[in-house]
Design a protein around this ligand. Structure first.
Ligand code: G6P
Length: 362
């Protein structure tokens, strides 16, 4: 590849560090001088005719789609269904009367996603691709394309594409919600939020010693690890768990905090690391209850909260963003923990075994 690591030891660390700049670039690309959100009008017209959106993606892009559902339902009031491409392709759900398909794909080359896109086109259904690659197969085959503007992502583990996908989903949700005259969308200060996210990311990536120490203290000797959260904190738990397992090879799971008691709490043994995301006031007390339950069984708990939900004993306190955008910061925490846990195990961060950057077979 012609992309260079520069002074960085790995592409992954470089790409983690680029995230504040990516947030600012997205703000620049999608807002005009009057601070108005600007998205292709034909795309907005087509979307506003839809009665349901179908988000289809794989891997990290699937996890970004879960956050997208929350953003679109809040700001556009259009129901959203999210599907894993490799499942969706063989088990199409019963579609609504006016479906609209949204594919998230960093590479624009994922065969599982393309298979669904080809069938959607065969059925003459409208298709948008949100991608980092303007010249990709999916971008060429879709009716509409939105670009992530994240710059090339080389490390197999996706980092800046995840946060860029969430930011671009927010852009589109706001633009569509404004077109539909939804007041929450009009009131949504996304430009301000992207600025806060960029600043918060900058603080996180400047604290590399902290993340290296946390990875050392919580993850170095563990064989299993769990991420827990509710709502959007659950969505990001899935992504943080994927990040950690795919590069460190630790067995890691993301659980809905409230589901622990329905079975998975049986896995908690003395010394097992549990990382809790607590960023939503409405559920914070309940997740703290779950934290107490795993602490009582000997788990080593690391709490990552935001200012609105903080407790004096929490290890990490993040600035508060609007709930659905918290993964812009909690996601980076998961990336940094995965990065340092992997480095400390002496493994190849950029090229984990058995994995490819883009998977072009079904
Ligand atoms: C591969 C990569 C993942 C990625 C997934 C989807 O499995 O290893 O990091 O999330 O494909 O890729 P896409 O390019 O479609 O977002």
């Amino acid at each position: 590849s012609s992309v260079s690591k520069g002074s960085y030891p790995t592409f992954m660390l470089k790409e983690i560090d680029e995230q504040p700049a990516v947030m600012r670039r997205i703000a620049q690309e999608y807002f005009d001088e009057e601070r108005q959100v600007t998205v292709d009008q034909d795309l907005l017209t087509a979307l506003s005719a839809a009665d349901r959106l179908y988000f289809v993606a794989a891997g990290t892009s699937y996890h970004a789609s879960l956050v997208g559902k929350r953003l679109f339902e809040k700001y556009t009031e259009i129901p959203v269904e999210v599907g894993v491409a490799s499942e969706f392709g063989y088990h199409w759900p019963l579609l609504s009367k006016r479906p609209f398909f949204v594919f998230l794909s960093q590479s624009g080359e994922t065969a599982d996603s393309r298979q669904v896109l080809v069938e959607a086109k065969r059925r003459h259904l409208p298709v948008l691709v949100i991608t980092n690659s303007a010249n990709s197969t999916l971008a060429r085959e879709a009716d509409y394309t939105l670009l992530l503007h994240a710059g090339p992502e080389i490390a197999v583990a996706s980092t800046k594409a995840y946060t860029a996908q969430i930011a671009v989903e927010a852009v589109l949700a706001k633009a569509l919600g404004e077109k539909l005259a939804i007041q929450t969308a009009v009131d949504f200060d996304l430009l301000g939020q992207l600025g806060l996210a960029a600043n918060g990311m900058e603080t996180l990536v400047a604290e590399k010693d902290t993340w290296s120490e946390l990875a050392h203290d919580y993850l170095q000797t563990a064989n299993d690890a769990f991420y827990i959260g509710r709502g959007v904190d659950y969505d990001v738990s899935l992504e943080a768990a994927l990040k950690l397992k795919e590069i460190s090879y630790m067995h890691t799971e993301g659980f809905a905090a409230g589901e622990l008691k329905h079975g998975t709490i049986a896995l908690i043994e003395p010394g097992v690391p549990v990382i809790a995301f607590i960023t939503e006031q409405a559920t914070a007390a309940h997740t703290r209850g779950n934290v107490q339950e795993v602490v009582a069984r000997g788990a080593k708990v690391l709490v990552i909260a935001n200012q609105d939900c903080q407790d004096a004993a929490d290890q990490i306190i993040l600035p508060t963003l609007t709930t659905e955008l918290m993964p812009l910061l909690t996601g980076v925490c998961g990336q940094l923990l995965a990065y340092y846990a992997t480095l400390q195990r002496g493994l190849n961060v950029d090229q984990p075994r058995n994995l490819a950057k883009s998977v072009t077979v079904e």
